[in-house]
Design a protein around this ligand. Structure first.
Ligand SMILES: Cc1cc2nc3c(=O)[nH]c(=O)nc-3n(C[C@H](O)[C@H](O)[C@H](O)COP(=O)(O)OP(=O)(O)OC[C@H]3O[C@@H](n4cnc5c(N)ncnc54)[C@H](O)[C@@H]3O)c2cc1C
Length: 496
């Protein structure tokens, strides 16, 4: 073999010696072609320094951006745009204060943006935010840990704010900064005129608003993006919500996630509000076969939600026999960019739930909506300075959101699949928390609240102890059989 290789090399050397000129020309031509391809790609992707629509071409009655939807993504975008000197219309179909079905858990990246906008201070001053101090989770075999991560992290990993309070404060803050907030403005359509570079956005009552950039921020159903052809599927995730009256329950922690094995990778969660009111939610996360959320379907949600309240050993105990619980409300979750091929086009940006920017494992999207809203504002302000609003410029938005949080979606999706197929992983994490206490708990909290990306799991100081914990759990559960399953099936589930 070695002799054959040597022979082949000798042959090649001889060929090069004999055809020196031809080889040199071929090498030169290849290098030139590669350089030309690289230069072409760079030029194609470069953000134009100048475009056809500088600021002074904007008609007096038009806006730099028309934002459809004044939820967290739209309102944050409006705030940062107006702070940057742009003229913004923020269109909302409801009138504030309005409710939004949500778990109300506001993660650290959102807390930071709220603080930067001055809204966090308002929420705290009005006793509308409850910072999670004591929290934890119950694993699929009933191993639980409730600890305090705040001291380890130096701050609470999240806080609970009712959306009826959060959304009005964020939207009115944008209006105070200068955005033209139009409530009761239900957008029914939008058309783009290439010649003028303007969108005309129409309401259900026939009113129109014109703008240079259209920002679709109308939530998980993505009606406008669907109408314009950018979104091609209905959302595949779903979540319930029910408030529990303060003083009527037995809950003494701030936030706990429950992982009953029959609905993995979905989970139930309880978060406490400032007035001792609770938010009870049940998330079904798309996973496994198409149309399924693990072993269950969207149509199972009502049963899972109501049975959990009555029969789940941990949830029913936490709520107690006298809990005053409102009826279940439901809304959809569009996770990990599901159903959209792109979030940008000429003069167009899609952001927040409308773009599917919900974490595919946790189902959380307030922080990504706010981070995306801010990234959209920065992109539009940069375009406003150049006058170019083509897809080559709006693409910067996609680059930004991918760098901020989108890069982590694949790992979140993979994690959801792993948890579904191997619940033991969560048991191992809970056991490790019981052994190591708040040090492990705070690492988990950091990842679950997006202070760290999910790829943090792969770092040696996290992966190594976790790997050992998984092996230990496997032996205890599967080999020695020394671990009892404390998460008993609900009566209905057992009867199946
Ligand atoms: C039950 C449930 C629990 C959840 N729990 C959590 C949680 O605990 N933590 C977390 O971080 N995330 C959670 N999420 C996700 C979170 O609610 C969303 O990610 C977040 O609200 C996204 O913000 P957004 O601004 O993109 O969209 P939205 O908050 O949905 O705002 C969209 C806005 O657009 C308006 N709108 C819609 N159509 C039109 C129209 N045609 N014209 C004008 N206005 C329009 C709507 O009225 C709304 O105000 C949960 C979601 C659900 C459903």
């Amino acid at each position: 073999m070695a002799a054959q290789i040597e022979k082949a090399l000798e042959k090649a050397e001889k060929y090069v010696q004999e055809n020196k000129q031809t080889v040199a020309i071929a090498a030169g031509a290849t290098t030139a072609a590669l350089l030309a391809a690289y230069a072409y790609r760079r030029a194609k992707n470069a953000v134009p320094a100048r475009g056809p629509f500088p600021v002074d071409t904007l008609p007096a009655d038009a806006y730099d951006a028309v934002i459809v939807g004044a939820g967290p993504s739209g309102s944050v975008c409006a705030y940062y745009m107006t702070r940057g000197g742009a003229k913004v219309a923020l269109l909302e179909k409801e009138t504030f204060p309005r409710d939004k079905y949500c778990g109300d858990a506001v993660c650290t990246p959102a807390i930071r943006i709220l603080e930067d906008m001055g809204v966090l201070q308002e929420l705290v001053a009005n006793n509308e935010a409850h910072f999670a101090d004591a929290g934890g989770f119950v694993s699929p075999n009933g191993t639980s840990y409730i600890g305090v991560s705040k001291q380890k992290l130096g701050q609470a990993a999240c806080c609970a704010v009712k959306r009826i309070n959060l959304d009005i404060r964020v939207a009115k803050n944008a209006a105070r900064a200068g955005a033209d907030l139009k409530e009761k403005f239900e957008v029914t359509g939008a058309t783009f005129d290439k010649a003028t570079g303007l969108w005309t956005v129409t309401s259900a009552t026939g009113e129109t608003v014109r703008g240079r950039v259209l920002v679709c921020a109308d939530g998980a159903t993505s009606r406008l993006a669907t109408k314009l052809g950018y979104c091609t599927e209905a959302p595949k995730g779903i979540c319930s919500r029910a408030f529990v009256e303060g003083g009527s329950h037995n809950t003494n922690y701030d936030g706990v996630c429950f992982y009953p094995k029959w609905s993995l990778p979905g989970y139930a969660a309880i978060f406490r509000h400032p007035n001792d009111e609770l938010n009870f939610c049940y998330y079904l996360i798309p996973c496994g076969k198409d149309g399924y959320c693990g072993d269950v379907k969207e149509s199972d949600l009502a049963r899972l939600h109501n049975d959990a309240i009555k029969y789940d050993p941990f949830i029913s105990k936490s709520l107690g026999p006298n809990a005053k619980i409102e009826r279940m409300r439901v809304a959809s979750l569009r996770l990990g960019g599901q159903g959209l091929k792109t979030t940008f086009d000429d003069h167009l940006i899609i952001v927040g739930d409308a773009a599917g920017h919900i974490d595919p494992y946790t189902g959380e999207g307030i922080h990504t909506a706010m981070m995306g809203g801010k990234a959209a504002a920065e992109t539009i302000l940069a375009m406003r300075a150049t006058g170019d609003f083509s897809a080559r410029s709006t693409k910067q938005f996609e680059t930004k959101w991918r760098a901020l949080y989108g890069h982590d979606f694949w790992m979140s999706k993979a994690f959801a699949e792993i948890v579904y197929r191997c619940p033991l992983l969560l048991d191992a994490v809970a056991s490790e928390m019981q052994r190591k206490g708040d040090a492990m708990m705070s690492k988990w909290a950091e990842i679950m609240t997006n202070m760290q990306p999910k790829t943090y799991f792969l770092r040696p100081h996290v992966a190594l102890p976790l790997g050992i914990a998984i092996v230990r759990e496997f032996f205890e559960q599967k080999v020695l059989g020394s671990k009892k399953d404390n998460y008993q099936m609900l009566p209905q589930e057992a009867a199946k």
